[in-house]
Design a protein around this ligand. Structure first.
Ligand code: HEC
Length: 136
């Protein structure tokens, strides 16, 4: 009985956890393509509303540099930046290249569309999913 109850509560926990990828699919993918090559991007540039997420991830990770290369700190800072940017996009802090900013404009704020948990989950997913995936 006890094992059964434990199993039930464990399953409930599993389902309660927000999946970052599901948040991305529901709230970000209408503008950001998840995975695409550089060549494909240029072929369908007219249809895109925003830089592909694989490029965004690479841009953020390469521009945010932590003295001493502390990986945990790097991950935490990139995640904090993404969570902030979702609600407060601003050309002054965007790492997007000038050509892309000209083409797409600044991201519209997604304030009120994601819970704190969803922002955390999607930001963590963005960091981890694109580990080792280059935009090329
Ligand atoms: C309505 C379209 C749209 C939606 C929806 C959208 N974005 Fe964006 N996003 C953009 C555009 C356009 C840019 C490029 C211009 C800029 O940097 O503001 C961008 C840029 C970004 C950047 C890059 C900032 C930088 O410094 O390079 C991040 C991070 C980002 N988006 C995350 C997200 C996440 C996470 C979601 C979903 C919760 C999301 N976006 C949903 C349009 C969108």
């Amino acid at each position: 009985m006890r094992a059964f109850l434990l199993l039930v509560s464990f399953t409930a926990l599993l389902f309660a956890e927000v999946s970052g990828e599901q948040v991305f699919d529901a709230k970000c993918a209408s503008c950001h393509v998840k995975s695409i090559s550089r060549a494909e991007t240029f072929k369908m540039l007219d249809k895109l509303k925003a830089p592909p997420m694989v490029e965004v991830a690479n841009q953020l990770k390469s521009h945010i540099i932590i003295k001493g290369d502390d990986e945990d700190l790097h991950r935490a800072v990139v995640i904090a930046f993404v969570k902030h940017y979702i609600e407060n996009p601003d050309i002054m802090i965007s790492f997007c290249n000038p050509g892309a900013l000209d083409r797409f404009g600044t991201m519209p704020s997604q304030k009120g569309k994601l819970s704190e948990e969803e922002k955390q989950a999607v930001a963590e997913w963005l960091y981890d999913f694109y580990e080792g995936k280059r935009f090329e």
